[in-house]
Design a protein around this ligand. Structure first.
Ligand code: NAD
Length: 297
């Protein structure tokens, strides 16, 4: 292997320790412990395991949390009324509605019902808009976590050609926005690709930094990239694995074995981007508690 490993688990540990210290100082100064409210609609097993990981992380950094479980038959009206009650609850700092939602619910509609000052996922249009115009905001956690990795490993972004594969509202699109802004962390020349992109390799092969968030196992293979590329694999896919107790294993969107001989840096899956995403959620919840993004008038 010639590529250096980007160890998200290790960087997340360091980040979580800093957040934990910060939380304790905040509480010692006489403030209420930050509180994250999680809402789960239905019983999707992947969502349940993500929520467990978030709850564990809250515990580790000293953030209080609980999860409101709602049946997958809940109406949009009922769900939004519950969210509104959380918006008004002064003891709740951050609100997270675990996605995906059942198909009868519009995630746009539900996300917009969250008070943007408590939107610690950074998905509310107000926060996405502020990200776009470079104003203080709750940054979407996965892209924010990737930038922490760039900082930790001193991987330069400025003037590089960054190619983002995947254009979702939660990963690809905010990632591309953050890379392309002419601010201290951005200044990359940025290409964004999606499932309608013709000849994906024409774009990926030109990348100095390749960020892949498509949800397609082994989409990116060694012949699709150039020597020395930085590979950030966001994908988390469950593929059948009879040798595992669970019957599946987690893989990314990139062919790690092929790419590790060609890339200069690469993230593993698991243990790459995932732990950083959760760490950034903790950071956003603390920012919400401190009212750092939206101070009271
Ligand atoms: P999504 O389904 O909302 O969006 C996928 C995007 O990829 C779309 O823009 C689509 O056009 C594009 N795409 C799909 N197939 C493609 C192809 N063959 N070629 C080029 N583009 C293609 O997914 P998402 O919510 O952005 O998640 C993407 C992946 O990242 C999933 O595997 C998800 O589990 C994972 N994820 C990981 C983290 C983390 O913390 N590591 C966080 C969020 C999502």
């Amino acid at each position: 292997m010639s590529a250096k490993l980007i160890d998200g688990k290790k960087v997340a540990e360091i980040t979580m320790k800093l957040i934990s210290d910060d939380v304790e100082n905040w509480v010692k100064a006489g403030n209420r412990r930050p509180f994250l409210k999680v809402v789960q609609v239905g019983t999707d097993p992947a969502s349940t395991s993500y929520i467990k990981a978030k709850t564990r992380s809250c515990k580790r950094v000293g953030i209080d949390t609980d999860t409101t479980h709602l049946p997958d038959t809940v109406s949009a009206r009922e769900l939004k009324s519950i969210i509104r009650s959380f918006n008004e609850d002064e003891n709740i700092d951050g609100i997270l509605v675990q996605l995906p939602l059942p198909s009868h619910l519009s995630s746009h509609d539900v996300i917009e019902s969250i008070d943007h000052r408590k939107d610690v996922d950074g998905f509310h249009p107000m926060n996405v808009g502020r990200l776009t115009v470079d104003q203080p905001t709750f940054k979407s956690c996965t892209p924010a976590g990737i930038f922490e990795l760039f900082r930790h490993y001193s991987i330069p972004v400025k003037s590089k050609h960054a190619v983002v594969v995947g254009a979702s509202n939660i990963v690809g699109s905010p990632m591309a926005i953050m890379l392309s802004r002419e601010n201290a962390e951005g200044k990359a020349t940025t290409t964004i690709c999606h499932k309608y992109t013709k000849d994906l390799t024409r774009h990926t092969i030109a990348a100095d930094i390749l960020i892949v968030a498509a949800g397609q196992p082994s989409l990116i293979k060694a012949e699709m990239v150039k020597e020395g590329v930085v590979v950030i694999d966001v994908g988390i896919n469950r593929v059948a694995d009879e040798s595992s107790d669970k019957g599946y294993k987690l893989v990314g969107d990139c062919d790690f074995e092929g790419l590790k001989n060609k890339a200069s840096w690469i993230t593993p899956v698991p243990g790459g981007v995932g732990p950083m995403t959760v760490a950034m959620l903790m950071k956003n919840t603390l920012l919400a508690a401190k009212k750092s993004i939206y101070p009271d008038d």
